[in-house]
Design a protein around this ligand. Structure first.
Ligand code: ADP
Length: 207
């Protein structure tokens, strides 16, 4: 099936854009959501996380203690690699399952770190980047998450640069401070028409 990999930096508007495809009936597979679901109480990643990192990283309700794990992996690359070796195969398997079950001409896979991971892992036909200036990202994430400017900057510094992302893109949606939800929906609708046409023409995968 025709797959579009949707990516962008934190606060660029990936979720907003994905939701706009979803209202047009396009199946959206959100790898962030899957990452969250495998670490809720009873989530499939929890037994291995507990045996690898210890019960200190499991909250009282049995879910991942996200704040604690975030702090740990931010300063410890080995821990980060260990966590990823547990979660990534589970995320990939669930994402694959949802892709196989998806109906319609094409689907969207939201992969925040698509460029960083190399697009080969995601087997998408096209890469759609949601682009905006770093200042806009910072403003949005401060407003959405209550993070400090420095916290947002630290996250942005660990992600691909805006230039690298745009260079890897097949399509770009500009979601800067001038973009309204109405202009954004119009861009999404134009892409939707193109993607339906491409899917019926059955383009070859990128990888
Ligand atoms: P991401 O998923 O890339 O982190 P989101 O889609 O969650 O980004 O957007 C970040 C925040 O900015 C959200 O609170 C969202 O509602 C808001 N936002 C994104 N794009 C716009 C826009 N064009 N106009 C107004 N608010 C926006």
């Amino acid at each position: 099936m025709f797959s579009i990999g949707l990516t962008g930096g934190i606060g660029s508007g990936k979720t907003t854009v994905a939701d706009m495809f979803a209202v047009r009936g396009v199946p959206v597979i959100d790898t962030d959501l899957i990452a969250h679901q495998i670490t809720v109480p009873g989530g499939v990643a929890m037994p291995l996380i507990e045996s690898t990192f210890g019960p200190a990283y499991v909250a009282a309700d049995g879910s991942l203690d996200r704040a604690k794990m975030r702090t740990r992996v931010f300063s410890d690359n080995t821990a980060k690699a260990q966590l990823e070796s547990i979660t990534h195969p589970l995320i990939r398997a669930e994402s694959e399952r949802q892709r196989n079950a998806a109906q319609g001409a094409y689907h969207i896979v939201v992969v925040p770190l698509l460029i960083e991971a190399g697009d080969r892992a995601s087997k998408v036909q096209r890469i759609l980047v949601v682009d905006c200036p770093v200042d806009t990202q910072i403003e949005r994430v401060i407003r959405r998450n209550g993070f400090t400017r420095d916290q947002v900057l630290a996250i942005i510094e660990r992600q691909a640069t805006r230039e690298a992302r745009v260079a890897a893109a097949d399509d770009v949606v500009v979601n800067d401070s001038a973009a309204t939800l109405e202009t954004l929906q119009r861009e999404v609708d134009a892409l939707h028409v193109r993607y339906v046409a491409m899917a019926s023409g059955n383009s070859k995968p990128r990888t």
